[in-house]
Design a protein around this ligand. Structure first.
Ligand code: SAH
Ligand code: SF4
Length: 348
């Protein structure tokens, strides 16, 4: 029977060191192996010629150094966005998006196959939950984007990661945090923790844990409704983690981390984009160190809403400014290939 090998990318550098020592080899080999994979982008064991053959053989027998296959690749017509449908080892599919706007390269990464949170306007929510991704499967998406960038322009490196793809990252807390540790490892990809933004639907215990653990990544919280009733109509898990508790957790996070929270607000015409809605957001967030990112609704098969137009979105922004709340209107990119916020699914 073939032995089941562990995924190399599930390991932090420290875990690889411990494993190496347990196998009876020097930690120096572990450090060299780590650099081969994360700095030199070498995946073939036989090319790791600085390592003793016995160590290489043992590592190759115990650890799988593979990456997900690209099942489908699509490019947006404006050339800024590429979307990859990746096939995992068990043939589950996830989507990863590469965005290359002037001066900024960002990977939008998935944390789960599907999502259990059921937000009505989101394609991932509409497909339901399949499974959590492992840390290695999350890391592999960043490596994939890095490989693509390297092939396009050898000088180009991945600089920003948003955990805003498929899934709810705080529902898969441990794997996501291990992945961020691997991505930020200074002997590897060396991403700055400030270059990683995690977006949550509002998993209250996860927000508190992030604050308590002092995780230095940026936090975005999806709000969409400024009263409990309005929010729960769009975000079913608001029934489990009500708005009051969410706001309390957010204030705790800001105070403890001394860091601003980004709130996301999907703008749906006639539903949550009126002047009264904007005032309600202003009252709710007034006094917090917060920024609001407004996202005009992207189309999905299972939700009939219409995106708010530019003029109404700007009016919303003007009202938020009256409450000293800075805001941005997210540019709609990649919509022609269904790579926009909330459009990721694997049903094709
Ligand atoms: N599960 C996390 C992160 C993934 S969704 C979360 O919900 O925050 C990333 C962002 O896209 C969230 O702010 C989400 O509310 C938003 N979004 C989902 N569906 C959308 C749609 N159809 N149009 C615009 N934004 C959408
Ligand atoms: Fe899940 Fe986020 Fe989509 Fe809600 S918006 S269903 S939490 S991925």
């Amino acid at each position: 029977m073939p032995t089941l090998r562990a995924n190399f990318h599930d390991l932090t550098r420290e875990a690889l060191r411990l494993l190496t020592v347990r196998w009876g080899f020097s930690p120096v080999h572990a450090a060299r192996l780590w650099r081969y994979v994360y700095l030199d982008r070498i995946e073939a064991w036989e090319l790791m010629t600085d390592l003793p053959v016995r160590y290489r053989d043992r590592a190759a027998a115990e650890l799988a150094l593979t990456h997900p296959e690209i099942a489908v690749e699509t490019h947006s017509s404006d050339g800024f966005t590429r979307k990859y449908l990746l096939a995992l080892a068990d043939d589950r599919r996830i989507e990863t998006v590469l965005m290359r706007f002037t001066g900024r390269v960002t990977a939008c990464i998935s944390s789960q196959a599907g999502c259990a949170m059921g937000c009505v306007f989101c394609a991932t929510g509409q497909m339901g939950f399949t499974r959590h991704l492992s840390a290695g499967e999350i890391v592999a998406q960043a490596l994939h984007v890095n490989r693509v960038l390297h092939s396009l322009n050898p000088g180009e490196r991945l600089r920003n990661i948003v955990l805003m793809g498929m899934g709810e990252p705080l529902h898969n807390y441990d794997a996501v945090m291990t992945a961020t540790e691997i991505l930020c490892d200074t002997a590897g990809l060396s991403l700055g923790t400030k270059q990683i933004t995690l977006s949550t639907v509002g998993v209250v215990p996860g927000i508190v844990r992030l604050a308590d653990e002092g995780r230095p990544i940026h936090l975005a919280v999806s709000l969409h409704g400024a009263t409990q009733e309005e929010r729960a109509a769009l975000v079913p898990v608001a029934k489990k983690w009500p708005l009051d508790a969410l706001m309390e957790a957010c204030r705790y996070y800001i105070a403890k981390q001394q860091r601003r929270i980004f709130y996301e607000w999907t703008l749906i015409e006639g539903k949550n984009d009126t002047a009264e809605n904007a005032h309600a957001v202003g009252r709710l967030l007034h006094g917090q160190d917060a920024q609001v990112n407004l996202i005009p609704l992207n189309p999905t098969a299972g939700f009939a809403g219409i995106p708010t137009g530019q003029e109404a979105a700007r009016r919303f922004q003007t009202i938020l400014a009256e409450y000293n709340l800075p805001s941005t209107i997210r540019q709609r990119r990649g919509i022609d290939i269904a790579a926009g916020c909330g459009q990721l699914a694997n049903a094709r």
